[in-house]
Design a protein around this ligand. Structure first.
Ligand SMILES: Nc1nc2c(ncn2[C@@H]2O[C@H](COP(=O)(O)OP(=O)(O)OP(=O)(O)O)[C@@H](O)[C@H]2O)c(=O)[nH]1
Ligand SMILES: [Mg+2]
Length: 378
């Protein structure tokens, strides 16, 4: 394959097309993409990632190269759709100098006529444009009831486990991605197979702070050939959900570490005030509690939730943090009373239960109110 060196290459819009036995569709798909080249936009490159198809897919691509010099082909062993995309992204970023990378199926299910709309949305400042079947205006006219149900349930799991509730279609294979975000992605973490790769990549991009928007698409039946996604893809999808949930819990883990540090700040200042400065045991806790609240607030603001784009002022957040902490302290006390006085649980254990329940409530309030994520922010 003949590739101009990266330095001399102009910025391009690169389409990564995974193929496995798509001889009935790939030719038309490539021609249709190139026919939507607009003079004012970056030149289009198409990179086909074929996993040693046993049919004529590769021959058809090679024959089209004479007409389309910016058509490229890489080949490899079949390890799954995700693996093919990882190789395709890496190749595109290393050799083709893309500004925007498109993901698109090669079977005619994704309409290239929508490409200018995707690019307009990127020009408007979005980093990820998702061709969405499940927003208003989008549709899956040929899906059976079973396929629709599986798709909807899968999306629901990803949205909640992955903390991307704002996205309606997390498994769509038609997307435009600003290349700088892909460079930044931990592709190694991403799963290798079909649907789960798509959902992992989406979460990874949104966690990285990519501003995402959905563009309605109609997802019709493939033009020819058979579906390549298997039961194995569906099993990997399910196994991948807890992985997403754990990665998404990063904020909660940091928040808990900060909470623990607050215990030491509280205790340390209390001991210093009473033992060194001789302050009374009634006044000292007021100062030590407030000090730990302040240190927790600052650490959460500048570490735990640092990446979130929050528009409210620092003072407002500080006030909200105090309100949430007050509410959590009341719940701590009520839970303790319930566990100790009503259920007869040992006092230390009852206290620990109270602290755990309060910590979770505290996190939920602060995460969803004080440091509420703006739409599309990380
Ligand atoms: N390179 C490569 N491509 C794959 C692999 N699995 C699927 N693909 C391609 O990925 C795209 C999506 O797969 P499809 O079989 O169309 O999945 P789908 O659209 O959910 O299923 P249908 O609606 O039945 O088409 C197609 O272009 C496939 O050829 C793979 O293991 N390697
Ligand atoms: Mg398909």
């Amino acid at each position: 394959m003949d590739i101009t060196s990266e330095e001399t290459r102009k910025l391009c819009t690169c389409f990564v097309l995974p193929t496995f036995n798509e001889e009935e569709n790939i030719g038309q798909c490539i021609e249709s993409i190139f026919s939507h080249q607009e003079p004012c936009q970056n030149p289009i490159n198409v990179l086909v990632v074929d996993d040693n198809s046993s049919d004529n897919t590769q021959k058809i691509v090679m024959d089209l190269k004479d007409r389309f010099p910016e058509l490229h082909l890489i080949t490899g062993e079949k390890k799954g759709l995700g693996d093919a995309y990882k190789r395709g992204f890496a190749h595109s970023l290393d050799h083709l100098n893309p500004e925007v990378i498109f993901q698109m199926d090669s079977d005619g299910q994704h309409d290239p006529a929508l490409v200018p709309k995707f690019l307009d949305l990127i020009d408007q400042g979005n980093d990820l444009v998702i061709g969405s079947r499940f927003v208003e205006g989008g549709s899956t006219p040929d899906f059976s009831f079973r396929r629709k149900l599986i798709s909807k349930i899968g999306n629901l799991l990803v949205r909640y486990a992955g903390g991307v509730r704002q996205i309606q279609d997390c498994t769509s294979g038609y997307r435009a991605i600003r290349a700088t975000y892909l460079r930044d992605c931990d592709l190694g973490f991403l799963s290798t197979r079909g649907y789960s790769f798509q959902s992992s990549l989406l979460c990874e991009l949104v966690w990285k702070g990519a501003k995402a928007v959905e563009l309605p698409i109609e997802f019709t039946s493939r033009k020819g050939g058979d579906s390549k996604l298997s039961i194995r893809d569906q099993v990997e999808f399910i196994l991948n959900i807890p992985k997403l949930g754990f990665r998404n819990a990063e904020d909660f883990i940091k928040y808990s570490v900060v909470g623990l540090s607050g215990v030491f700040v509280n205790l340390g200042i209390y001991i210093a005030l009473t033992r060194i400065f001789g302050l009374s045991e009634v006044i000292a806790p007021l100062i030590s509690i407030e000090s730990s609240l302040l240190s927790n607030f600052l650490l959460n603001n500048f570490w735990t939730f640092k990446k979130r784009e929050v528009t409210s002022s620092l003072y407002k957040r500080l006030l909200q943090f105090h309100v949430a902490s007050g509410g959590a302290a009341c719940l701590n006390y009520l839970t303790f009373l319930l566990a100790f006085a009503v259920l007869g649980i040992h006092d230390i254990l009852a206290n620990l239960i109270g602290i755990a329940v309060a910590a979770i409530l505290n996190y939920i309030i602060n995460s969803n109110w004080t440091w509420r994520k703006e739409h599309g922010s990380n």
